[in-house]
Design a protein around this ligand. Structure first.
Ligand SMILES: Cc1cc2nc3c(=O)[nH]c(=O)nc-3n(C[C@H](O)[C@H](O)[C@H](O)COP(=O)(O)O)c2cc1C
Length: 215
């Protein structure tokens, strides 16, 4: 199942000076029904090592937290529409995207570079040596900023942020299925190490690592 997204043209391995990358627009159609994607979804931990395309990465990030309404609502539900999630990418083998750590900006559907270089091996170490993290073309990290939600909902907001990470993660799973890619939701990792490797703000807590690759 699944049909990959191809991009045209030669790989462009340099970023503009300001370190931001406008992602290709996500597409709104596919040959995979939502029922087929749900039925076929499995955790996939082994990948071929071939690169994914920036269009595929764009599609996955849109599925996770893309803006889907003029009011700024997103692909996944959010308590009070407060949007506490931050999505990061450790890209290693993505066509037309230099290896690096990037932060996804839903507004404008862009990536902003946080660090240059390939951090997949370091991330795998932080994730108790899990090979899927090292072998992925890219690792998507879902982080939560609790205070955005606890400000309104108090301690209960912590639960809400975790629930929301689940929504975003499932969207990535189903989108990967539709693209013919493999992914797995990873919860076993050293939070502090991951935060450091990804150059995250101190108030962003990593909740999930989702390696993505060709299967
Ligand atoms: C909260 C959570 C944490 C998980 N952590 C890991 C993990 O650290 N490593 C891993 O390989 N799989 C992890 N998984 C994936 C589960 O092992 C997987 O979903 C389960 O075996 C069921 O298989 P399926 O996803 O193919 O249906 C996690 C899943 C969840 C929901």
């Amino acid at each position: 199942m699944g049909d990959g997204l191809e991009t045209n043209g030669a790989a462009n391995q340099s970023l503009p000076e300001n370190g931001t990358v406008d992602l290709p627009a996500p597409r709104m159609e596919s040959n995979t029904s939502i029922e087929e994607a749900i039925a076929a979804r499995r955790s996939v931990r082994e990948y071929t090592g071939e690169p994914i395309t920036i269009a595929e990465l764009s599609q996955l990030l849109w599925a996770a937290q893309g803006i889907t309404s003029p009011e700024g609502h997103r692909s996944a539900p959010s308590a009070g529409a407060l949007y506490p999630l931050e999505v990061y990418v450790a890209a290693g083998s993505v066509r037309e995207l230099p290896p690096g750590v990037y932060r996804y900006a839903p507004d404008g559907h862009r990536l902003t570079r946080v660090r240059e270089g390939d951090f997949r091996a370091e991330l795998a170490e932080a994730a108790v040596g899990q090979e899927s993290v090292r072998a992925a073309a890219a690792d998507i990290i879902i982080a939560g900023v609790y205070e955005r939600t606890t400000g309104k909902y108090g301690e209960r907001g912590v639960r809400y942020v975790h629930m929301e990470a689940g929504h975003a993660s499932e969207n990535i799973y189903l989108q990967a299925e539709s693209l013919g890619l493999g992914t797995v939701a990873i919860g076993a990792f050293d939070e502090t190490a991951l935060q450091r490797i990804m150059g995250m703000a101190e108030n962003a807590t990593p909740l999930y690592v989702m390696p993505v690759g060709r299967r």
